[in-house]
Design a protein around this ligand. Structure first.
Ligand code: AMP
Length: 116
């Protein structure tokens, strides 16, 4: 897959008209089109990175920036008091379906325990 085919790259470039709920230098956030909770955001790097394991150690600052934006947006969405869940599916066995790294931010209800 090239960056041109990647749906999240198209969103980052503004080609699908998706509203951003947050932005930082190297990351953007938008609402998941099929929300699994009252609040379900996706935080993605602007640059095309297929999955977490493709970041490498030099990607540490990108990972930090994704988490910082996720935590800031969770606060903005009113999730800090009750808590929330961050999920990264890293590869097909984990259920990753869009191969552009993303952090799910889920909250706004008591979440079930589907971990594994
Ligand atoms: P994953 O299964 O971890 O790869 O998650 C991919 C997520 O992307 C799913 O929750 C989808 O609902 C979501 N998704 C796919 N296409 C779009 C889109 N165009 N806009 C927003 N979310 C999307």
């Amino acid at each position: 897959m090239t960056d041109g085919d990647c749906i999240f790259c198209q969103i980052v470039r503004g080609e699908l008209g998706t509203e951003f709920v947050g932005e930082s230098e190297n990351a953007v956030a938008f609402r998941d089109v099929q929300p699994q909770a009252p609040v379900h955001l996706l935080v993605v790097p602007r640059q095309h990175v297929p999955a977490l394991r493709d970041l490498g150690w030099e990607g540490g600052s990108v990972a930090t920036e994704l988490l910082e934006l996720a935590v800031d947006l969770a606060r903005q969405e009113g999730l800090h008091e009750g808590g929330y869940r961050l999920v990264i599916n890293d590869g097909p066995d984990a259920g990753q379906t869009v191969f552009h790294l993303h952090v799910h931010v889920l909250g706004g209800k008591k979440l079930h325990e589907p971990l594994g």
